[in-house]
Design a protein around this ligand. Structure first.
Ligand SMILES: [Zn+2]
Length: 411
């Protein structure tokens, strides 16, 4: 096992069902995530990481000890073990397509499922590579088991090559990232890291140091209920008030009409009766000011709609979800600079980008552990068309090894 490649490890991890479940109150949300956790602990112990363990929250911790006298900041590499609830992760049957010749990839378990070059232009950069797909009936779980396989393989490589000098390297594998609880129970004291990197991005060479800033808004409306037979001039139907608010949301500030660095206001749930209605929205922007502007606009819409309903009232509540990690990372530019250098040394031209979403890293950054996101190589996350190439996973392994080396050199 000590000579396992990143591909060997990846194929072993993806067949273990680790789907998380947002409706579960437990931590981890599904007990089966620990099956992968236990396997990882065994493997980490086998490669010589003697403190590897699975904690009661379903997280795996391990340490690659420093082999230098220099004072190098402790860095952590982090990936999540769970797969998304969006698509089944039971009975994953990974398919290995060696020496990809180009063209669309027909998945053999479902004639409807074809990975088309037109929809997945990244395939054009994969000619001659070995591509792992599903059989079309499940997701693959490259998100984020590619990241885990890469981190474990890099750790094994560092242990086997002591001539590569590095500081203390911490490994952290979390549960329940896909349901937004990935870092709820991280023990920062035990981890003892100064900076971290999630290996949870897509295309080879990409580093993400920016995410959305995100809030949730809950609007509760109380209308005036009365028997419809006596309602003239008196009834104020909360369902209609909520409908009027949704109707006035600007069409150009929606997920379906925005891209890049544009934010949006997006209704996610609506329930109601004549007497009361509840409307849930999410607000996204790359700046705090943009977020505040959108929330003010939203409340102005509500106030304006309510003018026509003098007997009704509303409650408007903003809940912070996560913040753009760039704010934190800009205070420590060496974190991203070192990662860019590692990508270069691993033979790629680095690409810096932003994510229209959040990561474990965006929350970790604001919990005191600055944490950009590095590519793991997977594509078409959360779907049966998910794929990853062996060569891109190997590039990620190299990037991790080089990153460990860069931190030591520059210490
Ligand atoms: Zn992920």
């Amino acid at each position: 096992m000590t000579t396992d490649t990143v591909l060997d490890r990846f194929l072993r991890y993806v067949v273990i069902d680790t789907q998380s479940d947002a409706s579960s109150p437990t931590q981890p949300s599904t007990e089966k995530q620990k099956n992968l956790g236990r396997l990882l602990v065994d493997e980490l112990l086998a490669i010589g990481l003697t403190d590897a363990h699975l904690d009661e929250h379903g997280y795996v911790y391990a340490t690659v000890p420093a082999n230098t006298d220099k004072q190098v900041p402790v860095i952590c590499f982090c990936s999540h073990m769970d797969t998304a609830p969006d698509f089944t992760g039971t009975n994953v049957k990974p398919q290995l397509l060696r020496n990809y010749a180009g063209g669309d990839i027909q998945l053999k378990g479902d004639p409807q499922q074809v990975i088309r070059v037109t929809d997945h232009p990244e395939l054009k950069n994969q000619i001659g590579n070995d591509i792992v797909t599903t059989d079309g009936t499940t997701l693959l779980g490259a998100d984020d088991k590619a990241g885990i396989a890469e981190i474990v393989t890099a750790a094994q490589f560092l242990i086997a090559n002591p001539d590569i000098r590095h500081g203390t390297i911490k490994l952290l594998f979390t549960a329940d990232e896909e349901i937004g609880r990935g870092v709820d129970k991280v023990d920062f004291k035990k981890l003892g890291a100064k900076f971290a990197y999630t290996m949870d991005g897509e295309t080879a060479g990409h580093i993400e140091d920016e995410t959305f800033s995100a809030d949730g808004v809950e609007i509760a409306i109380s209308g005036v209920a009365i028997h419809p037979g006596f309602a003239k001039g008196r009834m104020e139907n909360a369902i209609k008030i909520a409908g009027a608010i949704v109707d006035r949301l600007p069409k150009e500030l929606a997920p379906e009409t925005t891209e890049g660095r544009e934010g949006f206001v997006h209704p996610t749930a609506l329930s109601g009766s004549m007497e009361k209605a509840a409307l849930s929205l999410i607000v996204r922007d790359f700046t705090d000011e943009g977020l505040a502007t959108k929330e003010k606009m939203l409340e102005d819409i509500v106030k304006d709609v309510m003018k026509a309903y003098p007997g009704s009232t509303y409650r408007f509540e903003v809940k912070q979800q996560y913040r753009n990690m760039k704010k934190v990372l800009d205070r420590h530019p060496e974190i991203v600079e070192n990662a860019l250098e590692a990508v270069r040394r691993a033979g790629m031209a680095p690409v810096r980008g932003s994510i229209r979403g959040g990561t474990d890293g965006s929350r970790l950054s604001f919990m005191g552990l600055p944490c950009p996101n590095i590519f793991a190589g997977g594509h078409a996350f959360h779907s049966p068309l998910e794929w990853v190439s062996r060569q891109d996973m190997e590039r990620a392994v190299k990037t991790i090894v080089e990153l460990a080396r860069v931190w030591e050199e520059r210490a």
